[in-house]
Ligand binder design. Structure first.
Ligand code: MD3
Ligand code: FE
Length: 223
């Protein structure tokens, strides 16, 4: 056994198996460390196809601020923000076309992760894809634009590690910090579903697959 100095490298004999240990992060939140590692190259190829049809863009908040995270979507609906508010929309406002279909590997990963965390039958209809470069942050927010809040959200982290901020049900609750690294999957359900959360400004680094980027997928049952 060698020391695992290169935590972000993909090694075929990595001791974290496809179904690594589940780790409770908070009441209702389960971390599956490295769960998506083996699928990462396929996911990245699929992300390239999605962004080819529905390009990365920086959305504008209802308050008029440009988000530092670049976003796109796939699935039956996509999360959009503009001066009129936040919503799920079946069409990409940039093109007027429907969003690209959810790639099979996305759906497979999300449903397996949800089942592992106790949410058998999770049927996401939307996937928001977030892209971070060094300095990009996501301020504390709740995800509550989805119709059925009993369904969990499944998040998949790829590329550079991020410091994830996880608070309580009130914005003022001081958030805990956790590192989310390449291949980590988190299932947020139950009492964690409406917790305030965000991402600290991304630190620079050089990831073997993603270079200076981090990409996060969030699977949602939106409609
Ligand atoms: C906890 N994305 O897209 S993923 C988002 O890393 C979002 O891009 C972050 O927050 C990112 O809305 C965090 C982890 C996450 C996602 C959704 C949650 C945690 C959550 C919904 C409820 C509670
Ligand atoms: Fe969120």
């Amino acid at each position: 056994m060698t020391f695992d100095l290169f935590d972000n490298l993909d090694s075929p004999d990595d001791w974290r198996g496809a179904t690594g240990a589940t780790e409770p992060l908070a009441d209702g939140a389960v971390v599956l460390r490295g769960f998506a590692r083996a699928q990462a190259p396929q996911l990245l190829a699929d992300i390239g196809h999605v962004a080819g049809q529905a390009p990365w863009r920086h959305m504008i908040t209802p308050g008029g601020l440009r988000m530092s995270v670049a976003m796109t979507n796939c699935g039956q609906a996509g999360w959009v923000s503009d001066r009129t508010g936040y919503r799920y929309d079946r069409h990409d406002p940039l093109s007027g076309e429907t969003w690209p279909a959810m790639p099979a590997a996305f759906l497979d990963l999300a449903t397996r992760a949800a089942a592992e965390a106790g949410f058998a039958g999770f049927a996401p209809d939307a996937c928001l894809v977030n892209r971070y470069v060094p300095g990009t942050r996501l301020s504390l927010h709740q995800d509550r634009d989805e119709r059925d809040l009993r369904a969990p959200i499944v998040s998949v982290s790829l590329g550079l590690p991020a410091v994830f901020l996880f608070g309580g049900l009130r914005r003022a609750d001081r958030p805990a910090r956790t590192r989310l690294a390449h291949g980590d999957v988190v299932v947020w359900g139950g009492p964690a579903r409406l917790a305030f959360h965000g991402v600290a400004p991304l630190a620079d680094g050089d990831h073997p697959l993603l270079g200076h980027e981090r990409i996060n997928l969030t699977f949602r049952k939106a409609l």
